[in-house]
Design a protein around this ligand. Structure first.
Ligand SMILES: NC(=O)c1ccc[n+]([C@@H]2O[C@H](COP(=O)([O-])OP(=O)(O)OC[C@H]3O[C@@H](n4cnc5c(N)ncnc54)[C@H](O)[C@@H]3O)[C@@H](O)[C@H]2O)c1
Length: 394
């Protein structure tokens, strides 16, 4: 065990994202939750009752708290820029949940502000922090399998039918599957292929006029060095690709295949947008008990990586390696909370001075791919990329 002091984290936004990351934060002795900001009085009271820290009504007051060392920005996408800039101006490091921002201008301003302040900006959690993804990244980086040639990533979920705030169904405000879901797949695939995507060719679909934003896409990414990757996603709540992941859910919990159609059934009982937003807030901190960390790693659907010397298939328990004459299973490390690698990244950055793989510049490069998917789908043409970086670029 290290003698370095625990990280002192403040949280902006006590909603769904915080609730999903919280079990992993609580399980980690390297980190203490010391303060928060939340507009709702009940959330603030729940935070203080549970953690004994200070909960503020606004993010500027949180950032001014002298005990806070880093801020986890878990507010809606469109607020990431203001909240990150406020934190950086106060000299705090920032962990901002994905996506970095909605617009490239906002994202670039965040990267610039972090550099100017000399503070770390880490973008996560995204599924590129999942233990099997990091295990695959390390194996590929060892050179044992030769060069990466092709990656297929796909995911079929009920994303579009989970309870949403109204702006989560408006693409220009960062709604739909591109900014909230493609960003995970892009991060995963870029990390496995080395980060330097060169172009994107894509199609998107918005098939439900009652939820008029992108619900599905397919994209082909070309990488420097010749590798290519296909990314496919559907959030229309029909086929569920957890069926191909041994019925382990995205968050590492077992799923019940008999519970078919649950998201659509629940939504059908909701009277309108206000009631739907209220339903979403019932899944946030203070409204429901904090669960124990999930028993298995998180995942983002099937991912297969083809290399010169074998195919690698990611599962929530580890990697299947299919070589030329034999196949073997390489178990992922066990006994850690699913989002422990996010704390690892914060710890190495703040206590060991090591630039995080998923830095601000990395997040901006992934955001560029999101915009390229939308542009390619709108024009029917491939889109060239210009903001790509390798992992660990500050
Ligand atoms: N990594 C993941 O697994 C994951 C999962 C869900 C959401 N997210 C990301 O987290 C972010 C938030 O999404 P969500 O689904 O949690 O939304 P949410 O609505 O559940 O939570 C957002 C929270 O921010 C609070 N908030 C709003 N304005 C605020 C302000 N000015 N100051 C402080 N708090 C404020 C709201 O009260 C709410 O509790 C999004 O960027 C989303 O992409 C990540």
């Amino acid at each position: 065990m290290t003698s370095e002091p625990a990280l002192r984290l403040g949280v902006a936004g006590l909603g769904r994202a915080f609730m999903l990351t919280l079990p992993s934060l609580l399980a980690d002795p390297r980190l203490r939750l010391v303060a928060a900001a939340a507009p709702r009085a009940e959330s603030r009271a729940a935070f203080e009752a549970r953690f004994g820290g200070r909960a503020y009504a606004d993010v500027a007051a949180l950032c001014a708290d002298p005990e806070v060392e880093a801020i986890y920005v878990a507010t809606p996408h469109q607020m990431h820029r203001d909240h990150a800039l406020t934190a950086l101006a106060a000299g705090r490091h920032v962990l901002v949940d994905k996506p970095l921002a909605v617009t490239m201008e906002d994202g670039a301003a965040m990267v610039q502000a972090a550099r100017a302040a000399g503070r770390h900006l880490i973008v996560g959690p995204s599924h590129s922090f999942d233990a099997p993804v990091l295990q695959a990244r390390d194996l590929l980086a060892s050179g044992a399998l030769g060069r990466v040639g092709m990656i297929h990533a796909l995911n079929y979920t009920d994303f579009l039918y989970r309870p949403r705030r109204p702006e989560e169904l408006v693409t220009d405000a960062g709604g739909g599957v591109i900014f909230s879901q493609a960003i995970h797949q892009i991060d995963v695939v870029r990390l496995l292929a080395g980060g330097m995507a060169e172009s994107v060719y894509a199609r998107t679909a918005a098939w439900d006029s009652a939820r008029p934003t992108e619900g599905a896409y397919s994209a082909l990414l070309s990488f420097a060095g010749g590798a290519f990757a296909s990314l496919t996603y559907s959030g229309y709540a029909q086929f569920d690709s957890d069926e191909w992941m041994g019925w382990t859910g995205e968050l590492g919990h077992p799923r019940d295949p008999a519970d078919y159609g649950r998201a659509r059934r629940a939504l059908a009982r909701v009277a309108g947008p206000e009631e739907e937003a209220a339903l979403k807030s019932q899944r946030t901190f203070g409204a429901v008990p904090v669960p124990a960390p999930a028993p298995m790693a998180e995942h983002f659907g099937p991912v297969i990586v083809s290399t010169e010397r074998g195919d690698l298939r990611l599962t929530p328990e580890g990697l299947w390696l299919y070589g030329h004459e034999e196949r073997r299973f390489l178990p992922a490390p066990t006994g850690r909370a699913p989002r422990a690698p996010v704390v690892d990244a914060l710890w190495s950055a703040l206590r060991e001075g090591q630039a995080p793989a998923q830095s601000g510049a990395w997040g901006l490069a992934s955001l560029e791919v999101c915009h390229a998917i939308l542009r390619s789908a709108a024009t029917g043409e491939p889109v060239a990329l210009s903001r790509q970086v390798a992992p660990g670029t500050p």
